[in-house]
Design a protein around this ligand. Structure first.
Ligand code: DGL
Length: 215
């Protein structure tokens, strides 16, 4: 069974690696969009134009499922993509619901791109699941660029995470797959003061559910 995995850049690679480790029998085709990464400050219509031919190429090469390993794409375009493409799409989005359930302090921090944070879907997640919770949104607008360039500014990351901890956040959501590459650093900064959440395990369980009837 062949599965496509898409992200704007190397964020999706960490997701593809996790899928390959959990489900080694799958053939994985990973594609990204090096000409247009980062997507995180772009408008949804522009992103749709970039990804439409890429998703079509997954289908042309026989992928039976496409994993949208990009929160920015999911939160802005998932409905439009599901209308346009018939194959099942398995997608990541910021884990607001489980974070809101887990917090004891009533404060969570969501690290995500500006386009994700501005999306209607993200507003809906907060309204539906985090109405009673304070949601801090650290400015991570430069993180994708830094991670793509391999120029991670540790002091800058520490400043953002420490500020969230000082505001009492006890759950930190990695709402952009690029940030999976700095998960270990963020966990070290959080220590035992906050739980760091990212969606790879949940995504793999969902992928298994979607694949079961196809195999
Ligand atoms: N990795 C993506 C996400 O999960 C997109 C980052 C970007 O291209 O700005 O949102």
């Amino acid at each position: 069974m062949k599965v496509g995995v898409f992200d704007s850049g190397i964020g999706g690679l960490s997701v593809a690696k996790a899928i390959k480790k959990a489900l080694p029998e799958l053939e994985i085709s990973f594609k990204n969009d090096p000409d247009h990464v980062p997507y995180g400050s772009r408008q949804p219509d522009a992103i749709f134009r970039f990804i439409e031919p890429i998703f079509q190429s997954f289908i042309d090469e026989g992928c039976q499922v496409i994993v949208v390993a990009c929160n920015t794409v999911t939160t802005t375009l998932i409905s439009r993509l599901r209308e346009r493409f018939e194959v099942p799409l398995v997608a990541v989005e910021p884990m607001v619901k489980p974070a809101a359930k887990l917090t004891k302090t009533g404060v969570i921090a969501v690290c995500a791109t500006p386009t994700t944070l501005a999306s209607a879907r993200y507003a809906e997640l907060k309204r539906d699941y985090a109405a009673d919770v304070t949601v801090i949104e650290p400015d991570c607008s430069d993180w994708t660029r830094m991670i793509e360039a391999g120029e991670v500014d540790q002091a800058h990351i520490a400043e953002r995470i420490n500020s969230a901890l000082e505001q009492n956040a006890d759950v930190i959501v990695l709402g952009c797959t690029h940030y999976h590459w700095i998960e270990a650093e963020i966990k070290t900064l959080a220590g035992n003061r906050a739980t760091v959440m990212q969606p790879e395990s949940a995504l793999i369980r969902q992928l298994q559910r979607v694949l079961a009837p196809l195999s």
